[in-house]
Design a protein around this ligand. Structure first.
Ligand SMILES: C=CC1=C(C)c2cc3[nH]c(cc4nc(cc5[nH]c(cc1n2)c(C)c5CCC(=O)O)C(CCC(=O)O)=C4C)c(C)c3C=C
Ligand SMILES: [Fe+2]
Ligand SMILES: [Fe+2]
Length: 334
């Protein structure tokens, strides 16, 4: 036998783990408190010296915010649970079999359930020797992408026999992503009974200090918006939502932008949230409910919130293509 005539290698099982932020198990005050305690104790998320921060968190925030947030979750909760988890599960289910019989697609949450460690072990138990961690954040941020990978690698640290690992890079300027956003936006606009005078692209915010410390998130958001605007051939207005705490956050703030538009002569608006791979409390409650209220109270007449890529046909085609590329060399059918 010549050295190149190897017998065929037994196919190696591959796992793909979709990861999103996480969400409470129920829209109740105790469940939201548990979730926020874990989320807001992450030092990648709140960059204040931990001793000081834990006093503020335990002494004040966890006594007040869970009540307010639970009420917001109740407004968007679905029969399948929290929208963030339900939609991420649908994305994973929709990818089953997409990369051939040897690729298993699962999903996990950075905070709460199902946990990354639990699903990583499940993939291993099913024989996956190679795993692609896919944090579904188009724009990199230490508070999202990095902490998801940290958690996955911390789980790996507890395994005697580790699988080989790849991680999905941020895809904020990927032509596949921009094309999917464009198509999804055009589909959404085609269903409206009005022509918006402005498109607001709202990204989740973060403290300004995080940008000053070198996090590329703000740049990634601006580039996504610029590429989308060029692809559409019309301007979009960038804003940042979900301000938390007293520090200065990225500006302009989405609520302030929406409230200022009618005075500038814009009474018909469409809002999109391209930084979220699925709809969640931040889009369905903060934008589609409170954003609309603020805009209409300020004199706006027509408001539309257009959904995220979610598990729409355009969104699923995009995810398949994005992940297939990351699996190259691991899966012949990908
Ligand atoms: C406290 C600081 C926060 C930073 C920094 C932050 C960054 C950040 N977050 C997302 C995506 C999501 N955030 C979501 C909810 C959420 N975010 C914060 C705080 C920070 N986020 C809080 C307190 C909450 C909980 C809701 C609330 O109480 O208001 C969600 C949705 C979760 C859900 O259950 O639906 C997502 C998604 C990104 C992309 C980001 C990067 C800058
Ligand atoms: Fe957030
Ligand atoms: Fe919010």
């Amino acid at each position: 036998m010549r050295p190149t005539d190897h017998p065929p290698i037994a196919p190696r099982r591959v796992g793909v783990l979709l990861i999103n932020l996480g969400t409470p198990d129920a829209p109740t005050v105790p469940a939201v408190r548990r979730y926020l305690a874990e989320f807001l104790s992450d030092r990648r998320v709140v960059e204040i010296p931990p001793l000081i921060w834990q006093i503020i968190l335990r002494g004040f925030i966890l006594n007040t915010r869970p009540q307010k947030s639970a009420e917001a979750y109740q407004l968007v909760w679905t029969p399948d649970g929290s929208p963030l988890a339900a939609l991420t599960k649908r994305q994973a289910d929709g990818l089953a079999g997409a990369f051939g019989p040897d690729v298993i697609v699962d999903w996990a949450m950075r905070y709460g359930n199902p946990s990354i460690e639990d699903r990583l072990r499940a993939l291993k138990d099913q024989g996956c020797e190679r795993i692609l961690f896919a944090p579904l954040y188009p724009q990199y941020c230490g508070a999202t992408t990095a902490t998801a990978n940290d958690k996955a690698f911390a789980a790996l640290a507890r395994l005697r026999w580790q699988p080989a690992i790849r991680t999905l890079p941020p895809y904020y300027d990927d032509p596949l992503y921009i094309a999917a956003l464009k198509q999804s936006l055009l589909d959404g606009l085609a269903q409206l009974d009005f022509e918006p005078e402005a498109i607001v692209t709202s990204f989740h915010g973060m403290p300004l200090r995080t940008l000053e410390l070198g996090d590329p998130y703000h740049c990634h958001c601006q580039k996504t918006a610029r590429l989308l605007s060029e692809a559409l051939g019309r301007p979009v207005r960038v804003s940042f939502q979900s301000r938390f705490g007293r520090a200065k956050w990225l500006e302009p703030a989405t609520d302030e932008v929406l409230e200022a538009l009618p005075e500038q002569g814009v009474r018909r608006v469409a809002v999109i949230a391209p930084g979220f791979s699925v709809d969640c409390i931040e889009t369905l409650e903060e934008l589609a409910i409170r954003g609309r209220e603020g805009f209409e109270e300020a004199g706006g007449t027509h408001f539309a919130y257009l959904p995220c890529l979610n598990d729409s046909p355009v969104g699923m085609d995009f995810l398949r293509a994005l992940l297939a590329r990351e699996l190259e060399g691991w899966v012949s059918a990908a």
